[in-house]
Design a protein around this ligand. Structure first.
Ligand SMILES: [Zn+2]
Length: 479
């Protein structure tokens, strides 16, 4: 085994280059073959922790490619691990597949709600996220099987990224502990790479239980749960002014009564608090909860707090970011044909500002920046050196979490971006599996950035994954 490893390392540079080219080509072939699976996941558009069909499709693909598949990890039915090979280095690749509510959309470049589904849409492109990552993992596995690479490639099937914090539960379960490095990517409206970070985040649902009564005939007998929620939201709006710079607070009503002539007995709101540092988010969370307590006190209703967990900010790794950026820049071959250009220009008519289409030929350096959003990849990055990048799967200027992103996701524009991602992941995994010094440098940087801190997930003790967080609001006594 050791002799083989030495032979691989000592192989001539031109041979190594040819081998890397072959891996990249294999990743592109896999991406093309698996594009129909991405389209199926786009159509299913399953909510977080309910991605039964999507997770099964990916796990079955991995099993067919000879991976050892472990389904239902970390107490989550739709989380799985698929691995190929043995021994080190262990390279992990993350894949996601959950969709977003209220964003069903056809592939038309004008707002057209897709009928017949569940109202969800892949507005964050996770349908290509999972498939591109697995395609790259399969390409690497082929090299291991042929004896040209040593080590283990491991695909992580990660559900419920959108507010479900699944990777935090997976990290707490120790699933990333033996990984040398973890790779991920994200669909976007441009290509980008660099040692960027994101916002840490805590998610919570406040449920209020009041007393129903006729809103006109006997309002004095009622206690409005909706009033409690409205007061809470007002409190949060006032809190906003007195928070550290960079704080983000947002909320939505997920339940608030059903008839204007009934005092609502039940109301529920979904709240997020975010900041570039997890330690600040942890300090803000009790203040958010006080707003809800105040809402309940003033309206004589009962508050129920459903803590959904939180995610860390990404601990960047510049050593790895440089490798991913070099590969993405070298491999970027995105180009719209006439039909794609027509679609893109029509879609751009729905935006206030238009970003030039030729920006897809470039790779933006996002080093030192924040993505502005949150991701549970953050939790992984505190356990193992982690790197990610973005490819243009959406028309330039398309915001994430928009119907426009859903529309792009079902077209060949997303297929192109997904293929580029798969190739870049495979090339980066190849570099890391053939360069022990690089892996060691990434690890050294990781230790340096941790600066003596250890990973403590933003989860309550013994907290179980909130598998029902996308269910309709749950009323007390209705279980
Ligand atoms: Zn996303």
């Amino acid at each position: 085994m050791r002799l083989l490893a030495v032979l691989v390392v000592l192989a001539s540079p031109s041979l190594a280059r040819a081998q890397k080219d072959a891996v990249v080509k294999a990743a592109a072939v896999q991406a093309a073959a698996n594009w129909p699976t991405a389209l199926s996941i786009w159509e299913w558009a399953e909510p977080g922790y309910q991605e039964t069909k999507s997770a099964k499709a990916l796990a079955d693909l991995a099993a067919k490619a000879g991976f050892k598949v472990t389904r239902g990890v970390a107490g989550i039915p739709t989380a799985f691990i698929a691995e190929f090979g043995s021994g080190g280095p262990v390279v992990g690749i993350l894949g996601e597949y959950d969709a977003l509510p209220e964003l069903a959309q056809t592939t038309d470049p004008v707002r057209t709600i897709r009928q017949g589904g569940n109202g969800y849409g892949h507005a964050c492109g996770h349908h290509v996220f999972g498939v591109a990552s697995l395609s790259a993992a399969i390409a690497i596995a082929e090299e291991i099987r042929a004896g040209r690479l040593n080590g283990t490639i491991r695909f992580y099937g990660c559900p419920a990224e959108e507010g479900g914090s699944a990777k935090a539960f997976m990290a707490r379960a120790g699933l990333f502990n033996d990984c040398g490095v973890c790779l991920h990517w994200h669909p976007g409206s441009r290509n980008s790479a660099g040692d960027a970070s994101c916002l840490a985040r805590i998610a919570v649902k406040f449920r209020f239980h009041g007393t129903a009564a006729h809103a006109a005939g006997s309002p004095e007998k009622g206690r409005s749960a909706l009033d409690a929620l409205l007061l809470t939201m007002h409190g949060v709006e006032l809190l906003r002014e007195h928070t550290p710079d960079g704080t983000r607070l947002h909320h939505t009503v997920t339940g608030g009564g059903g008839a204007a002539n009934v005092v609502p007995e039940f109301a529920e709101g979904f709240f997020y608090v975010r900041h570039p540092k997890a330690e600040v988010v942890q300090k803000l969370y009790p203040r958010l909860t006080k707003c809800a307590q105040g809402g309940a006190l003033a309206t004589e209703t009962k508050l129920e707090v459903a803590y959904l967990g939180g995610t860390m900010e990404i601990l960047p790794n510049n050593t790895l970011a440089q490798v991913a950026k070099a590969n993405l820049t070298k491999l970027n071959d995105l180009k719209y044909d006439a039909e794609e250009t027509k679609f893109a220009l029509r879609l751009q008519e729905t935006f206030e500002t238009k970003v030039p289409l030729d920006t897809i030929t470039k790779v933006e350096d996002v080093s030192g920046k924040s993505s502005g959003g949150s991701t549970d990849v953050g939790d992984v990055s505190w356990v193992v050196p982690t790197v990610g990048f973005s490819t243009a799967c959406w028309v330039p200027g398309t915001p994430g979490h928009s119907w426009q992103a859903v529309a792009c996701g079902g077209t060949t524009i997303a297929k192109q971006g997904m293929t580029l991602a798969s190739k870049t992941l495979a090339a980066t995994a190849y570099d890391l599996m053939t360069d022990a010094k690089l892996l060691a440098a990434a690890k050294e940087e990781h230790t340096r950035r941790l600066d003596g801190r250890t990973y403590v997930p933003l989860l309550e003790k013994d907290q179980r994954p909130p598998l029902d967080y996308r269910d309709p609001p749950r009323r007390r006594g209705a279980e």
